[in-house]
Design a protein around this ligand. Sequence first.
Ligand code: PLP
Length: 407
Amino acid sequence: MKICWPDPFPGIHWLDEQEEQAVSDVLRRGSLFRYYGLHAPHHVETFEAVARRFYGAKHALAVNSGTGALITAMTALALGPGCEVIVPSFFWVATVGAVVQANAIPVLCEVDDSFTMDPKDLERKITSRTRLIMPVHMAGAPCDMEAIMAIADRHGIPVLEDCAQGNGGEFHGRKLGTFGKLGMFSMQMNKNVTAGEGGLLITNDEKLYERCVSAHDLGIPWVNGAPCETGSDAVTWGCGRRMSELCGSVAAVQLKKLPKIVDQMRASKRRIKALLQGTAGIQFRRLNDEAGDTGPFLILTLDDPHRAEKAAERLRDAGLASAVRIADYGLHVYYHVPGLVRKVPLSPAGNPWSLPQNQASVYDYEKGACPQSDALFARSILIPVPSRLTLEQEQQAAEAIRAAVAP
Ligand SMILES: Cc1ncc(COP(=O)(O)O)c(C=O)c1O
């Protein structure tokens, strides 16, 4: 008999009349655009205020998606030809895509057994051209931000934290997204909280915030509630990535629910792990800070790739439909991104890889570029932990996992 395992979509399972009322308010007001409408809009602004309080950041800017947030950040940081950006080997295509869109060169960094950026390899990958480090709090859990920030600070390189999958997480009691110059989040459908689509940037740097506002909209900063181009180094090129009031209304409500959602996933994951204690032949993902993990995924490492492949297949057959061997996890793994592997240019000019400014940055992205990561991905399986599980479902999952990893 198959287990009845809910779809992941963490925030979706917590939608109720609060989101419904917020969306209705937007429609009633006839104000779907964040900056004006039939009646003064306020939902995106409210979302930003909730975000500032939640993360404890001076500035928060809502945008249309996590990818939009990353691209906005690249413009705000003035990245371009001649710049290298260090990204981990385990990411989402958008992480590396934003770098390429800026005509900068992505440099892959190994992940360690935490499945996040390996600080030892990060140190090795820094060159005189490194202009940004992008740790990704992947699959819900924090990077080692102490080690990463120590390296970044020693070299004077800014950090942009990709928190798309780790929203609500912490490292040693401090919110993810607040360690680097910028933190970015996604409110896409399968994130810890969702508005269907949506993104967010947070920073304590006022000038950078002004540049983000400018870059996400018109290329012109806003001063006292109106676009204003004079006397500011925030003038750049905008990309029309504003958040709509519809998304803002849902995102504001969802963000208030984030601690509850994360608590639930973290508790379910802990109980499943406790039930699996002592199971032969598996190792749990090492967590840089267990208390700061948000819990939406369980990662297990087996002793051999063939067993891992078989186990993922058995789990899917048992009803855990999204269980996957990480080596087969599509656009989350560097060697599955065709544009990266083949260095597909953005235009016939060959950019970014053929630009003269990037000629010193010669990197390979085919499988084998990150052998430590490749070996881990081949032996590891990822199992989503939905945000509203019963104790019975947790027990059934643990039993299915035990059976799936058995020789
Ligand atoms: C690690 C990571 N970064 C960035 C993004 C991009 O976010 P969005 O889908 O909102 O554009 C995602 C979304 O899947 C992600 O998982």
